[in-house]
Write a protein that binds this ligand. Sequence first.
Ligand code: NAD
Ligand code: IPM
Ligand code: MN
Length: 365
Amino acid sequence: MKAHIVTLPGDGVGPEVVAAAVAALKTVAARYEHVFTFDEQLIGGAAIDATGQPLPAATLAACQHADAVLLGAVGGPKWSDPNAPVRPEQGLLALRAALGVYANLRPLQVHPALAELSPLKNEKLGNVDVLFVRELTGGAYFGTKTRTADAATDECRYTEAEIERVVRRAFELARGRRRHLTSVDKANVLETSRLWRSTVQRIAADYPTVKVEHQLVDSMAMLLLTQPGRYDVVVTENLFGDILTDEAAAIAGSLGLLPSASLGEGKAGLFEPIHGSAPDIAGQGVANPVGTILSAAMLLRHSLGLESEAVAIEHAVDHVLRHGPRSRDIGGSAGTREVCEAVLAAIEDHADHHAAFFHGSRACG
Ligand code: NAD
Ligand code: IPM
Ligand code: MN
């Protein structure tokens, strides 16, 4: 197939990890006979430096015409003055809103070979397989902001329609998995959470095979650490989802491991690791590319419908996490490029193996 992919390397380690994920996509394209075209555009601090805007009009237009968008990270100390007129993160938020990607899927699995790196005891880690569905285009991130010399407000606003579409997506995902949905809110305090909870309760009637539970976000933060294996799909609002998924990444062993897919109504989506620009290690070539490479696998699955190709990348990453090389954050000493090359080799091996298997079964048939 033909696909047009816009890449947004952004800031800090963003360009390093996006280069690795693009290499994985190019290897897949060559092995599976697809034609992927790539168009690199500016976002974040890099875009502010070049144009004054964190999301230049040319970038947005390119993204709106793409089959999928692959993003690294935005932000960093250079643009983090609290009095700065414009911030890199505004570019990412504006892009998510403009693309209408309201459902942010953040899967958490703990790789058996990395269990030792988790702050949790090994016996808690068996069967951890959680899909977070984070609402991505509403809530406190997008409400009206006010600021005077000595006071500030961030309005947290949700409409029922905004809640309903992401909750329906979560129910559908739960129906295709272990049929257990946990809705996380703060309904004991927040009005938006009470609307959230009553919307979940109403929609639950349409999904009778899915078991629904409601959990307050503070105790959820605790339960994620004490009983991570009991969750299947977790749906929550924007800010709670942001915080809980960094906690989830710690359970997996490193923030550098977790991918994400941000989806709206169509097939096109925005794919990015859940980590940021990692200013402390940027430019050193040591960032873990796995979260971004797995985001490329999600891109193949969700935007391009290429399930076998997505699995090829996931198997390759699985192989490299088992046998190395590993980056520093997960106990190794390899650089980004070395990890990337090992993943590319494992994609080739996976494709060879499947070609041989297919050939063999034809010969037998
Ligand atoms: P961060 O995720 O950038 O880094 C937190 C810690 O995790 C750091 O020690 C970093 O070295 C480590 N880390 C992150 N990714 C890693 C990787 N791939 N490999 C190895 N280690 C990795 O969070 P932060 O320091 O709080 O934020 C830095 C900047 O990134 C801020 O400007 C923030 O707004 C931005 N940010 C952007 C995104 C995004 O673009 N989607 C996401 C989160 C944070
Ligand atoms: C993330 C990041 C972003 C968010 C920031 C950079 C706007 O933390 O993708 O998780 O809070 O959504
Ligand atoms: Mn975050």
